[in-house]
Ligand binder design. Structure first.
Ligand code: ADP
Ligand code: RBF
Ligand code: MG
Length: 184
């Protein structure tokens, strides 16, 4: 495969039309992420009425941040004061919006791989997304291994791109930063 950039977006931070925002409860997907790929993806319902922009953006791989309102019983809920009920924890993420051509889905899905190793799943948790950039178009693949290899590279791109000073979740997105972590 031709090499592709390891870092996406300008040094100065996210640029228009980003950020895109969406939120909702984590739902069950196709049940393949963890089992077949070893890459779990938290799926959100796609509702064109709530997120009109989603119908008009290209299908593909995007990156940014996810915030999660984890239940008190969840092992990854941070300790002490920040763990108040309804409080959000922020993680970097990489996501796919589209039809997964490798699997020939007929419905457009939005699924998020969070760059954190969780001790337990979090179905039904409220998740918010700040989408800050586009990595690549979605592709069909000859093998599952080739798909997995590309997704792992996407994770590295997201990590490296977001690690820059101007790409923190609370940088350059104005009042969207308040919305992102506002308790439920
Ligand atoms: P489904 O097809 O139901 O989405 P997956 O195999 O894709 O099933 O697994 C997704 C679930 O795994 C998520 O809903 C979440 O509860 C859990 N999960 C655990 N770790 C992660 C992670 N790092 N990123 C996303 N989801 C994760
Ligand atoms: N599916 C595809 O068919 N083609 C892709 O190019 C593709 N890229 C993905 C990139 C990322 C970062 C993630 C998290 C998923 C991607 N998928 C892609 C979706 C993958 O097929 C899906 O997560 C599993 O089928 C589980 O639903
Ligand atoms: Mg999934």
């Amino acid at each position: 495969m031709a090499s592709r950039p390891q870092i996406i977006g300008p040094e100065a931070g996210p640029e228009k039309p980003y950020p895109y925002k969406m939120e909702g409860k984590v739902i069950s997907g196709f049940g393949r992420g963890s089992k077949e790929l070893g890459i779990p993806t938290a799926n959100l319902p796609v509702d064109d009425a709530l997120t009109p922009w989603i119908a008009n953006i290209p299908s593909g791989v995007y990156f940014g941040y996810a915030s999660l309102a984890l239940p008190a019983s969840h092992p990854d809920k941070p300790p002490s004061s920040s763990a108040a009920d309804g409080a959000f924890s922020v993680f970097p993420m990489v996501m796919s919006i589209g039809y997964n051509p490798f699997y020939k889905n007929t419905v457009r899905s939005a699924e998020v791989h969070i760059l954190h190793k969780f001790g337990h799943d979090f179905y039904d948790a409220h998740m918010r997304l700040l989408i800050l950039g586009f990595i690549r178009e979605e592709k069909d693949y000859k093998s599952l291994e080739a798909l997995i290899e590309d997704i792992n590279f996407d994770c590295e791109v997201a990590k490296k791109s977001l690690a820059r000073e101007a790409w923190g979740w609370d940088k350059g997105v104005g009042e969207d930063a308040e919305w992102f972590v506002k308790p439920l």
